[in-house]
Design a protein. Structure first.
Length: 220
């Protein structure tokens, strides 16, 4: 369906070009893979790019299955249905939350360094990831953006599970998804190249985006 994250970002940007026309838009990529998609969107829209750091809370015996997520600013999202189904205990929830909150802080420092987050107050915030399965991290990202004062939140992804995409319309003002296959299986199935994005690649993309904005005389 998509050659790689660059291809997905270019195609997502084409869809968004006629839909997102506000001048005060800011693009936020979910690290790591979402930043590679978000970079292409930000370039096409001439918008600033930043990360929005959110971590999935994984079921202990099946970490890829998320029962919730935590994000910057103390945001916490829990899926009661998954907790019940997987019999996740309060102790396991607390341990996962403690571990992932520490990782949120570490990643925010790693990707931003001493740079302050891009201001979101009063702006249209476009949150981008490389795909959505259970939706916990996307939901938490929307909450983080609203807590930071976003006037409008748009969630945009190349591919996502139909039911999840539908449910996220309660968390974002608008959800844009290019493909919603009935049998998602896993996000990587829908990419010919789904090689893991590294921290160094994320940092390089953020630097390129900042340099491009500076060359155009725009805000960071």
């Amino acid at each position: 369906m998509f050659a790689d994250r660059h291809d997905a970002g270019v195609r997502l940007a084409e869809r968004l070009a006629g839909l997102v026309t506000e001048k005060n838009v800011v693009v936020l990529g979910l690290p790591r893979g979402g930043v590679a998609v978000a970079f292409e969107v930000a370039q096409a829209l001439g918008a600033p790019l930043d990360v929005i750091v959110v971590r999935k809370l994984g079921v202990p015996f099946q970490p890829e299955l998320g029962f919730g997520a935590v994000g910057e600013g103390g945001v916490r999202v829990i899926s009661p249905g998954v907790v019940r189904m997987a019999h996740v205990t309060e102790e396991q929830i607390a341990a996962a939350e403690k571990r992932e909150r520490a990782e949120v802080l570490a990643r925010a420092r790693r990707f931003r360094g001493d740079r302050a987050p891009v201001e979101l107050a009063g702006r249209t915030v476009l949150i981008v990831d490389d795909g959505i399965a259970t939706g916990g991290t996307a939901r938490a990202a929307c909450l983080v953006a609203r807590a930071r004062g976003a006037a409008r939140v748009i969630l945009a992804v190349p591919v996502g599970a139909p039911d999840t995409i539908a449910s996220l319309r309660a968390d974002a003002d608008e959800v844009i998804c290019l493909e919603t296959p009935a049998d998602l299986w896993a996000i990587g199935v829908w990419y010919a190249d789904f090689t893991q994005t590294t921290d160094e690649q994320v940092l390089a993309l953020l630097r390129r985006a900042t340099a491009a904005r500076a060359a155009e005389g725009g805000d960071p």
